[in-house]
Design a protein around this ligand. Structure first.
Ligand SMILES: Cc1ncc(COP(=O)(O)O)c(C=O)c1O
Length: 385
């Protein structure tokens, strides 16, 4: 066994996330660890929480990072909002809506699954019809479906939900810091963000915010919540609720520090500027990819994310071979399709520090050469050469 330090590679991460971290974020990660309730750790937590509110555009007091991954954030929402027998509508657009519906079934909620043709978004009218028909306690919708590359509009939806006494929960794991998101202005009740996508920190947290309406449901629920997902306990540690702050479980202060720097960088740049940069860079990618014959998977421009860009797999090319070649020759990690895009598309993510014009030019050249290479090898099976 080789016990010398592992030789970490500096891969360019242009897939569906995680993405590369900035130098500032990496420096924060390498700082000395702190005790979970040390004065400095508390200061770090308080600053991070306030920055998170700004990035979410919310004044919700129940806003905090949870030590888990994005999926853990989805489970937290389901387990804290729903009680056995409660009804939930999931407006599914791909893998992540399906996952949330599966989690809700584990918690014995009554789940109504809506499905949509891939590439299409839900209209307010059709969602209102379903809410009026089923009268759920919660509507869950994915803002950015990273499995397909679709951006679901949210404006106006909360008013419809509230008309029927229904809460609105949103998966913004891919959209936070890449596409506009206004939690308070859009009256969203519950939002889950991720750290490892456009936010630009490593994976390890779900970023959560709950409106006063959602907070009331959590505080008044009758049945218990699993310890690790219990919002009351975690929120107390983050000092979101009245009362004395108590340790709940040991957080990685290195990770909080990294997240703080990632959020600070976004706020320094300005959220509108961050969103515009992602929009400009994605739009540039769409044009440049067209010039090498790659076709976008999502036809309607208004339905596309500005973070993950899905491309139809060129004829005669196996994605395993193409992505292996890109990884081995150029040290770039791209993502294959999953769920509705499995074996049909590849996913190119330009997020955070990688959302740059120069990166567009680089990846276009790399893909042009790699596709030509695969074609010159029949189905391009470089492994069998
Ligand atoms: C939109 C969306 N939701 C949920 C998840 C799950 O997050 P995680 O892998 O951090 O558990 C992902 C991950 O790619 C995602 O893109």
């Amino acid at each position: 066994m080789d016990l010398t330090p592992f030789n970490l590679t500096n891969t360019i991460l242009l897939g569906a996330g995680p993405i590369n971290c900035s130098e500032r974020v990496l420096r924060a990660l390498s700082m000395q660890t702190m005790g979970p309730v040390d004065k400095a750790a508390i200061e770090l937590m308080d600053e991070t929480k306030e920055m998170l509110k700004k990035v979410f555009h919310t004044t919700n007091r129940l806003t905090f990072p949870q030590q888990t991954s994005g999926s853990g954030g989805l489970e937290t929402v389901v387990s804290n909002i729903l009680e056995p027998g409660d009804k939930l509508i999931v407006a599914i657009g791909g893998v992540w809506g399906e996952r949330t519906a599966d989690i809700a079934e584990i918690y014995k909620a009554e789940v109504v699954r809506l499905r949509k043709e891939t590439g299409e978004v839900y209209s307010l009218d059709e969602l209102e019809k379903e809410i009026a028909k089923h009268r759920p306690k919660l509507l869950f919708i994915t803002h950015g479906e990273s499995s397909t590359g679709v951006l679901q509009p949210l404006e106006g939806l909360a008013d419809i939900c509230h008309k029927y006494n229904c809460l609105l929960a949103v998966d913004a794991i891919i959209t936070l810091c890449s596409d506009p998101l206004y939690v308070d202005h859009w009256k969203l009740d519950i939002v889950v963000g991720g750290t490892q996508k456009a936010v630009g920190a490593p994976p390890g947290f779900a970023l959560l915010t709950f409106s006063p309406r959602a907070e009331k449901v959590i505080l008044e629920r009758k049945t218990p919540v699993p310890f690790y997902f219990n919002v009351k306990g975690i929120a107390n540690y983050w000092n979101c609720l009245d009362g004395q702050r108590h340790y709940y479980y040991t957080y990685s202060t290195n990770m909080i520090a990294a997240l703080r720097e990632a959020l600070a960088e976004k706020l320094e740049e300005g959220m509108e500027n961050v969103w515009n940069r992602h929009r400009t860079v994605s739009t540039h990618l769409w044009k440049r990819m067209e010039s090498i014959g790659l076709k976008l998977f999502i036809q309607k421009e208004k339905n596309r994310l500005h973070s993950i860009n899905t491309y139809v797999l060129p004829d005669g090319i196996e994605w395993t071979v193409l992505l292996d070649h890109v990884y081995e020759k150029y040290n770039i990690s791209l993502s294959f399709g999953i769920g509705p895009t499995a074996n049909r598309a590849i996913r190119v993510g330009l997020m955070g520090v990688n959302s740059r014009m120069a990166m567009v030019d680089h990846i276009v050249k790399v893909l042009e050469e790699s596709i030509a290479h695969c074609r010159s090898n029949g189905r391009g099976n470089v492994k069998n050469q």
